[in-house]
Design a protein around this ligand. Structure first.
Ligand SMILES: O=C(O)CCC(=O)C(=O)O
Ligand SMILES: [Fe+2]
Length: 334
């Protein structure tokens, strides 16, 4: 069909519309990145963070007796300070050998039909649009997981030993800002998103824990870390302008002997200050299955944005300690 002047003009107009939309997207992305960058660097943030954290520091001091770390916890805290990472067996940390109960609960979540379907789809090559764009992770509990205060996994996450480590490292009561099950589907292809080396910008110091629900080896997405690169560490450094350095830069700067590959059997609990360089979750042979928890200070970015990554049902007064109640004090009720 011959194109009329009108259809040509319309075509140009559409082209212009697309161009404007693309440019607006670019400007928006640039603005967001720059704003994040300034938030992170601006000294005003440090002052503001200190103010936000006055109360949790005071509460931590008030609970000094209960929060005093036991020997194994002391070791974990020391390793975290020196290297930014520490690995233990959950059952060595918690009384009552809780791991197998958590593992059974987690395995049952994978059997839920909706979870099975999503896993099968990704295994079959589907690349669904999901939260955080991480199409390689299936979250059996959905986008905003719901937990009950008496779930075994909540008991562990808010247990005295784990909170003594986290709060001991941060020097204050901590906030639990995310909690999730991740099933990393094995796939070929380049590393993407958090499979690439990066550091997390949410806070000046934070702790993420990864509880391995299955054995994790070199080929099913082991978490990797460059010890000492956390904000308080001896190797802290800025590489590039943003939090994701270009491909190859970390390997150039740190020989493989300076990079830790956190393989471990089921029951391994990784504590990590992810302001240091890390990556993980690219499984190629066999899936990775982990339980992830994120503890930040009261002055962290996710709290400022008030985004709730999970919700909680049941009475908070059933929680065992002031530190536990504080940790979920801002979490929404389910
Ligand atoms: O999946 C992984 O092992 C890395 C995840 C990560 O970068 C993070 O949770 O901050
Ligand atoms: Fe990360």
């Amino acid at each position: 069909m011959e194109r009329t002047a009108e259809s040509l003009a319309r075509g140009r107009l559409f082209g212009l519309g697309r161009h404007l939309r693309d440019s607006a997207g670019k400007v928006r992305r640039f603005y967001r990145r720059t704003r994040a960058e300034f938030r992170y660097r601006w000294p005003v943030y440090d002052v503001w963070r200190r103010v936000r954290n006055t109360e949790p520091r005071r509460l931590y001091r008030l609970e000094a007796a209960r929060m005093a770390p036991r020997e194994i916890e002391e070791t974990v805290i020391r390793q975290l300070r020196e290297t930014g990472i520490s690995m233990v067996q959950l059952d060595d940390l918690l009384p009552g050998r809780k791991f197998s109960e958590i593992q059974r609960w987690a395995a049952a979540q994978l059997q839920v039909p909706a979870a099975r379907e999503r896993i099968a789809a990704v295994e079959g090559g589907a690349r669904p649009k999901v939260k955080g764009d991480k199409y390689y992770i299936v979250r059996p509990l959905g986008d905003t997981p719901v937990f009950a205060v008496d779930d075994a996994v909540i008991g562990a996450t808010l247990s005295d030993p784990i909170l003594r480590v986290v709060c001991g490292y941060l020097g204050m009561f901590a906030r639990l800002v995310a909690l999730d099950l991740w099933y990393n589907v094995p796939m070929e292809g380049p590393d993407v998103f958090s499979q690439r080396w990066h550091r997390d910008p949410e806070d000046r110091a934070l702790i993420k824990t990864f509880l391995y629900l299955r054995d994790v080896g070199e080929s099913n997405g082991a978490f990797c870390y460059v010890p000492g690169t956390h904000n308080a560490g001896p190797l802290r450094q800025r590489i590039g302008r943003y939090n994701y350095p270009d491909d190859g830069v970390i390997e150039e700067r740190f020989p493989s002997s300076a990079r830790l590959v956190c393989t471990g059997r089921a029951g391994t609990l990784v504590f990590c200050d992810t302001t240091g360089f890390h990556r993980g979750g690219h499984a190629t042979a066999g899936a990775r299955f982990v339980f992830n928890a994120v503890y930040t200070t009261n002055g962290s970015e996710p709290l400022t944005r008030a985004v709730s990554q999970f919700s909680l049902k049941g009475s908070r007064s059933d929680l065992q300690s002031p530190a536990a109640r504080y940790a979920v004090g801002l979490v929404r009720d389910a």
